[in-house]
Design a protein around this ligand. Structure first.
Ligand code: BJW
Length: 236
């Protein structure tokens, strides 16, 4: 971290766990321990039961809105301010990086605080709720849906291109609080390593996966990241 000039951080649900938001794959408290992803996070689920999917995301939107950024989010802001070059890539949809003060965040899986038209994908950051039904698109009347990326859907091409370019052009690639199970986000660590970057896996789980030769910093992101930020501030 002291020597790094160009830093990229890829975050997952684990960084927001200390803000009280559940991860997806934690065996006890993860969302997928209670719900089936195919019932809630696929376009087929929305086509079949739009109200159920809408309600689940509405509930999670409130949780995300009520959560506060934590020391891990804030440490990434510190690194961004100190670094010669810094790119933050997140799989999270909760918006906590932006609320912590991160200036440029590449959102690979969308943002739960926005919606889009289920027919043509037009995005809206404000919409009128309609009581117990899924609100219609103000332009065409089709159902609105959360502006997130579900399984089987393409990631926003501009975001994925920017993330891949960042991964190919960094000295240090931080993999923070992600199980690395979801593609194509997970494979960017390997892209960075193949291009010469040192990969540092920051995860509470000592068995967290990462590319071979990755450095593992085991512990909560809210404790590890402030240490990495401090090391970077002391750079040569
Ligand atoms: C802590 C901590 C603390 C806890 N401190 N750490 C290649 C191979 C195999 C499969 C595929 C493939 N390519 C595509 C696929 C299919 C699929 C996929 O990857 N499936 C696998 C699961 C098998 N991928 C897709 O479908 C993607 N689309 C795609 O590739 O499209 C191609 C295409 C091309 C052309 C036309 C059409 C399509 C889309 C993936 C979308 C993922 N969506 C979700 C939901 C988003 C909306 C929502 O929030 O509901 O994204 S699923 C969910 O998983 C969410 C997350 O962003 C994502 C990753 O989860 P994450 O962040 O890693 O969380 P966890 O819970 O898994 O891990 C948390 C970690 O934190 C753990 O390790 C803990 O230990 C740790 N932790 N506390 C530090 N305090």
């Amino acid at each position: 971290m002291r020597a790094a000039r160009r830093i990229v951080a890829m975050t997952g649900a684990g960084i927001s766990a200390e803000s009280g938001l559940p991860t997806f794959r934690d065996a006890q408290t993860g969302l997928w321990a209670k719900f089936k992803p195919e019932d809630l996070a696929t376009p087929e689920a929305f086509a079949k039961r739009p109200q159920r999917v809408w309600d689940w995301y509405a509930h999670r939107r409130v949780m995300a809105r009520d959560a506060q950024p934590n020391a891990g989010h804030r440490a990434l802001v510190d690194i961004e301010r100190a670094a010669e070059s810094f790119v933050l890539i997140t799989q999270n949809v909760d918006g906590l990086h932006q609320r912590a003060g991160s200036q440029t965040t590449i959102e690979l899986h969308g943002n739960i605080h926005h919606v889009k038209c289920s027919r043509d994908g037009e995005r809206f950051s404000e919409w009128a709720e309609t009581g117990d039904s899924v609100p219609p698109c103000p332009r065409c009347g089709a159902l609105l849906r959360p502006d997130v990326v579900w399984f089987g859907e393409r990631l926003p091409p501009d975001a994925l291109d920017a993330a891949a370019e960042a991964a190919q052009n960094c000295d240090v690639y931080l993999v923070i609080g992600t199980s690395g199970q979801v593609q194509p986000a997970a494979s960017l660590a390997r892209v960075a390593q193949d291009a010469g970057a040192i990969v540092i896996v920051v995860n509470a789980d000592p068995n967290a996966v990462g590319p071979s030769n990755a450095i593992h910093a085991v512990g909560p992101a809210g404790s590890i990241l402030p240490m990495l930020a401090q090391a970077h501030r002391m750079r040569a």
